[in-house]
Write a protein that binds this ligand. Structure first.
Ligand SMILES: Nc1ncnc2c1ncn2[C@@H]1O[C@H](COP(=O)(O)OP(=O)(O)OP(=O)(O)O)[C@@H](O)[C@H]1O
Ligand SMILES: [Mg+2]
Length: 241
């Protein structure tokens, strides 16, 4: 076998999580020897029942929580996008919000250029001075994503980003992240948590999380069909007595 030329060597995976465990102060174990590897840039989705540990996993990857044991490997800067943009957007206008996210050390003209570029990338061009409270829910969520872009994050961690959006805004946010993760130049990596099974159709891989562990990557459409089938007997009746 001929060794591959250095340029043909595969890149390191964007994210590897190994044997990650985490317990809350009350002793509740939220993650138990959790493994997860994102093999390449793209849009990767996690589904799972309430309390299975999805949000806890994202917070650990983002560095907001300290694991009890295990490891997280990523060479990328991460950015979290929450379900409710009102919990994320702090400042009064689009421009002030994005200026906060920009890295230090840029000249005023670079700051202005990057701000305009981040807004244009999420379809909010020309809205720099708009007060945030005048944005729709979908626009706020896209502004939160613009903040992640302005911060130069390459790994987006999105925790049910469309749960509060109407169907049109939901589709726009999904298409935006799909486009950012499939562009030809420097595609981003996104880990997207959802309870909306139809979103799985757009991902590069989907995995189910249960009891603090993530299953293997599957085809999103297949996993959605499987989950819809297993939920079908519950439709119209209570899941538990
Ligand atoms: N601050 C906290 N203190 C104690 N336990 C917590 C805390 N936050 C979450 N938990 C517990 O950790 C477990 C995992 O919660 P997590 O929020 O990660 O679940 P999830 O999969 O995101 O659920 P959902 O789909 O409802 O968002 C749950 O049992 C939850 O009650
Ligand atoms: Mg959650």
């Amino acid at each position: 076998m001929v060794a591959p030329a250095p340029s043909a060597r595969p890149l390191a995976p964007p994210l590897t999580v190994e044997r990650l465990s985490f317990a809350w102060p009350n002793g509740r174990l939220a993650l138990a020897h959790c493994h997860l590897q994102i093999p390449r840039a793209g849009l990767w989705m996690l589904v799972g029942s309430n309390g299975s540990g999805k949000s806890t996993l994202l917070r650990l990857i983002a560095g907001l929580l300290e694991p009890r044991s295990g490891q997280i490997h990523t060479a990328y800067k991460t950015a979290l996008v929450f379900q409710n943009p009102d919990h994320q957007l702090l400042l009064p206008s689009c421009s002030s919000e994005l200026l906060l996210a920009l890295p230090d050390g840029l000249s005023p003209s670079e700051r202005s250029q990057r701000l305009q570029r981040a807004l244009a990338q999420v379809g909010l061009a020309g809205m720099a001075e708009r007060p945030i409270h005048t944005l729709s829910g979908g626009q706020k969520q896209r502004l939160a994503i613009a903040g992640a872009l302005a911060s130069e994050a390459q790994l987006l961690l999105l925790d049910e980003p469309t749960a509060l959006l109407d169907p049109t805004s939901q589709a726009e946010a999904l298409e935006l992240v799909h486009q950012l993760t499939h562009r030809s130049e420097a595609p981003l990596t996104a880990l997207w948590i959802t309870h909306r099974l139809e979103e799985l159709q757009r991902c590069d891989g989907a995995a189910a999380m249960e009891h603090g562990q993530v299953g293997a990557w599957q085809n999103g459409a297949h996993l959605a069909a499987h989950l819809a089938q297993s939920l079908a007997p519950l439709q119209g009746g209570r899941a538990e007595g």
